[in-house]
Design a protein around this ligand. Structure first.
Ligand SMILES: [Mn+2]
Length: 350
């Protein structure tokens, strides 16, 4: 079992020193940031702002904008201070140009920063990774806090921040609690997946310290627009295919998304739905985005979502939760490709 005490004291000292000496810090999570990416970035920023001397400029740099459901976490000032590359690339490039420290939460390689990635090439700032994905690109970072036996980056970051607070002679700021609990909640799909014994211990500490789980749940799981649940019903009724071998897939093309008025991020979690069926072992959800389909894959124990994503969809991720893409723009073609690659995949798996 992973323990907080397995974070090397030397690494924490370097982290503390790096932050103390930096004057301009960029926090860059993965593109299409989820609750874990936003929560960890925000907790990191708040910790630096509240526990270190003033005068540092700390900004969260997003490739694409955050989901509406997590916006409640941010104050007005934080919303204004967050730079989004797809909206204002120049502002992101400008801020980056004078950064002397870069912190990367919730990603395992720089390419996951999307359009920001090329701006980071040849950047001479110190780079620190804080992440829970397997196989981090160790050559791309100066210091890595990488641990896969945790639910989320937020869980790992909680323990890093508690120890960092100890080094600074302060306690973890209350303002970090809700962002951290949000990331743990969303990455575990509300404690359905990737829950380790430490995860529940961590959450217990967060609640004890005053994290507001009710408010988080209300914003994350009870604030969807009606169109989302109507689309969900339509897809499950009309589009869900379950193969004989127990692989489920659903494909949402641009035309259908438009008909329902579905926005970016509003199909989050759809991939999990077919796993409720007894004979389904693995589930794929494809969402068209112009000339390609974004692919999410989830699997039950014993089936590898990761191998399917790596082998056929230019992607990867966790063993039971992975993603990738399919460069096509036609739903029927995509379905034919899935059928073909499942045949090949299953022939090799069994
Ligand atoms: Mn994560």
């Amino acid at each position: 079992m992973w323990k907080s005490s397995s974070i090397p004291a030397g690494d924490l000292a370097i982290l503390e020193d790096s932050i103390r000496q930096a004057s301009r810090i960029g926090i860059v999570p993965h593109t299409r940031p989820d609750g874990d990416a936003v929560g960890s970035s925000l907790a990191m920023r708040r910790f630096i702002t509240e526990c270190f001397d003033g005068g540092k400029e700390v900004r969260i740099l997003l490739d694409t904008d955050m989901p509406d459901a997590v916006r409640f976490l941010l104050t007005q000032e934080e919303k204004e201070q967050t730079l989004v590359c797809e909206k204002d690339k120049e502002a992101v490039a400008g801020f980056l140009s004078a950064c002397d420290l870069l912190i990367f939460p919730d990603l395992n390689q720089i390419s996951r920063c999307g359009e920001i990635a090329p701006l980071l090439r040849d950047h001479d700032a110190r780079r620190i990774l804080i992440d829970h994905h397997p196989t981090p690109d160790t050559s791309a970072f100066d210091l890595l806090f990488s641990e896969t036996e945790v639910s989320s980056t937020c869980e790992l970051l909680y323990h890093i921040l508690v120890r960092l607070a100890g080094l600074r002679g302060v306690t973890l700021p209350k303002s970090c609690l809700d962002p951290l609990l949000t990331g743990i909640t969303t990455d575990t799909n509300n404690f359905a997946n990737s829950v380790f014994s430490m995860t529940l211990g961590t959450v217990s500490e967060l609640l004890e310290a005053g994290a507001d789980r009710d408010t988080i749940l209300a914003h994350i799981y009870e604030s969807y627009p009606e169109r989302r649940i109507r689309l969900m019903g339509w897809l499950l009724d009309r589009e869900l295919v379950i193969t004989e071998q127990g692989v489920a897939y659903m494909i949402l093309d641009d035309a259908c998304a438009k008909r329902f008025g579905i926005l970016e991020g509003e199909t989050e979690g759809f991939v999990n739905l077919p796993l409720a069926v007894d004979r389904v072992k693995m589930s794929l959800f494809l969402r068209q985005n112009g000339d390609e389909f974004r692919v999410s894959i989830r699997s039950k124990k014993g089936w590898s979502a990761q191998r399917l994503a790596r082998g056929y969809f230019e992607g990867g991720g966790h063993e039971q939760a992975s993603g990738g893409k399919l460069r096509m723009n036609d739903k029927a073609e995509a379905a034919a490709w899935i059928e073909r690659c499942l045949k090949d995949f299953l022939a090799h798996e069994q």
